[in-house]
Design a protein around this ligand. Sequence first.
Ligand SMILES: NC(=O)c1ccc[n+]([C@@H]2O[C@H](COP(=O)([O-])OP(=O)(O)OC[C@H]3O[C@@H](n4cnc5c(N)ncnc54)[C@H](OP(=O)(O)O)[C@@H]3O)[C@@H](O)[C@H]2O)c1
Length: 184
Amino acid sequence: MKYAITAATGHFGQLAYHYLRELVDEKDIVLIVRNREKAKTLFGSADIREADYDDVEALTRAFAGVDRVLFISSQPGGPVPRATQHQNVIDAMVANHVSFVAYTSFIQADKSVSALAQDHLATEKALEKADISAAILRNNWYLENEMGFITTGASRQVTAYWAPGRAGWALEREYAEASVKVLV
Ligand SMILES: NC(=O)c1ccc[n+]([C@@H]2O[C@H](COP(=O)([O-])OP(=O)(O)OC[C@H]3O[C@@H](n4cnc5c(N)ncnc54)[C@H](OP(=O)(O)O)[C@@H]3O)[C@@H](O)[C@H]2O)c1
């Protein structure tokens, strides 16, 4: 069984790799990255495959022989829309007959009014349409996002939180650990 992690060089990807190595043999892990040099510095001799989310052909090569994928969402705001990047990933997984994907989606992706939710909902629908067996990880907010808010409050300055509804938090490493358990 080969397991791949996309966007492996990001914070979430590095944490996921750490936890995945506790569960499966290191030789069965494939790291898909857009920057091979950065990945070599981080991961040494691991099975590193270079593929940008913008490049469906490179992604198709990168998923060769992979059974299960931890699909970590891209960052929004680049020249290629994130929903397009994610469709590229899905097309490449389908071309390689990937048997299972765990996708890092967004809390209440189908109801949220956050602009960030739209790409995630589009990706959830695209996974359904592609008919890949998938687990949708609707992760809540990373606690690390709130360090400015927390440190301001901790220094007894007045601060206000911006969320109009409810929000919940866990550490990014906790979501990463849970995601690889779902993957395996
Ligand atoms: N729920 C939350 O609170 C929350 C908060 C922040 C982010 N997120 C989501 O979770 C994802 C992972 O978070 P993170 O902390 O790991 O973010 P991060 O540290 O900023 O890492 C982002 C990763 O995406 C990769 N990437 C960006 N554009 C790419 C492209 N065009 N092709 C291939 N890879 C690309 C980056 O590659 P490089 O290393 O080469 O730059 C990096 O590996 C984010 O991308 C975002 O969708 C969720």
